[in-house]
Structure formats: C-alpha cells, structure tokens
Design a binder for this molecule. Structure first.
Ligand code: C5P
Length: 221
C-alpha cells in the first residue's frame, strides 16, 4: 500500500478530530488538527491585545508565529513559538473569536503554508474546513463529515469546562453562528469538495465512522 493524504472537513463538532485521530492511529499516519492551529493564533492574538476581527493586524501577527504540532500522551500538543498552549485552546472565549481570526487572508495563507509542509511526505490525516478544497486539493481521500446540529452541540458541550455555565441550547446557537461565519467567508469557506465522500455521522459511533474512513483509505492507497 502506498501512503496517501486524507482530508477530513466539516462543520464544528461533527467529530472530525476524534475520528481523524483514530483513523490516523489505525493507519500509522500523522494526525494534524488544523482547527487547533487557528485556535492557537486566536489565543496569542487576544493575549497581544489584537482584536479578533482586525484582519490586517491579525494576519501580520500570524506571520511571526511558528506553530508545531506534536503527538502527546493524551492527544496532540500545540506549541506556539515553543510555548505549549494545548490546555487553553478549547475555551468559550476562543470558540467565540476563532472564526473572525480565520477570515484573515494573512492568517489563512500562513496556516496553509505550515499545513502543506506537514503533509509533504504523505501519510497525514488532516482535519479542518478547507483541507480538501484549498490546502490539499490533491489529497487521495477526502471526507466531508457532518452530523445534526443538536448532536454536534452535545459533543462540544462535553468538551467544555462545566463552570462555563453555558446551556446546551446556547451552545447550539453559537455553533450554528460559527458555521455560518465559516461558510460565508470570502477566502477558503467551509464547503464540501466536489470529489469528497459525504459521511453523516448522526447516530453512528465514533468507531463506526473511523472504520468507514479506514476502509476508504485502504481502497484509495
Ligand atoms: O475544528 P475547530 O472547531 O477546532 O476549528 C475552529 C475554527 O477554526 C473553525 O470554526 C474555523 O473558523 C477555523 N478553521 C478554519 N479552517 C480550518 C480549520 C479551522 O477556518 N482548516
């Protein structure tokens, strides 16, 4: 079997990162969570006092960031200029700002450059919004993973700090707003690639979804 690249795109909370990690493990591939990279830029930009919707300055700022993804004991670690920021990427504040940061052309071009470098030797499972359409249009397998908005909200609810105080209904509304921003942005919006396999994971277990992706990967390799 030859090594291939696998692109997994879809809306927030569809289970992309969990199934991408499982599929990568089964195939002995490298897993790349590109959402974590946009989250890391958002964290550092907010820390530096740059407004998330200041597209120009956030884009300039991103050019100075070196983002490295490392496999860790309990999932992937994210280093920004050497600092491990992994534990700070999943807050409500980052959720609420990341889709504005992700609209910046400067941010997107820098992230795509880093992502293509990670995939140059093949054997990568990369999850995000624009991987099959923009970052790796030549990926041998493309999957567009969806699930019902309620199920997606439930999955993200379990990730949050219980102390955040947000209700499931409110979280569902915020996820739908983030998806709208991601779908309607000008550069590299969230859209299914013409040659992607659509997979609706509503009612499927994580393992079933990962197994389907592995079967497709074996057929494409
Ligand atoms: O996947 P995750 O929910 O962590 O992604 C966070 C945000 O990062 C998305 O809502 C989107 O705005 C942005 N993103 C993106 N392109 C990617 C991955 C994530 O614009 N390839």
């Amino acid at each position: 079997l030859s090594r291939i690249n696998i692109a997994i795109d879809g809306p927030a909370g569809a289970g992309k990162s969990t199934v991408a990690r499982l599929a990568a493990k089964a195939l002995h591939y490298i897993y790349v969570d590109t959402g974590a990279m946009y989250r890391a830029v958002t964290l550092k930009a907010l820390e530096a006092g740059i407004a998330s919707d200041d597209e120009w300055n956030v884009g300039l700022f991103a050019q100075k960031l070196d983002i490295v993804l490392l496999p860790g004991e309990d999932g992937q670690r994210v280093l920004v200029n050497g600092e491990d920021v992994t534990s700070r990427l999943r807050s409500l504040e980052i959720n609420r700002n990341v889709s504005y940061v992700a609209r910046s052309e400067g941010v997107r071009s820098r992230m795509a450059e880093l992502q293509r470098l990670m995939a140059q030797d093949k054997g990568v499972v990369m999850d995000g919004r624009d991987i099959g359409t923009h970052v790796l249009p030549g990926a041998e397998l493309k999957v567009f993973l969806t699930a019902s908005p309620r199920e997606r909200a439930q999955r993200r609810f379990l990730e949050l700090d219980p102390a955040s105080g947000i209700s499931l209904d409110q979280l569902e509304r915020e996820i739908e707003e983030r998806d709208r921003l991601d779908r309607e942005r000008e550069i590299a919006p969230l859209v299914q690639a013409a040659d992607a396999n659509l997979l609706d994971s509503t009612g499927m277990s994580i393992e079933q979804v990962a197994e389907q992706i592995v079967r497709w990967a074996v057929a494409a390799a």
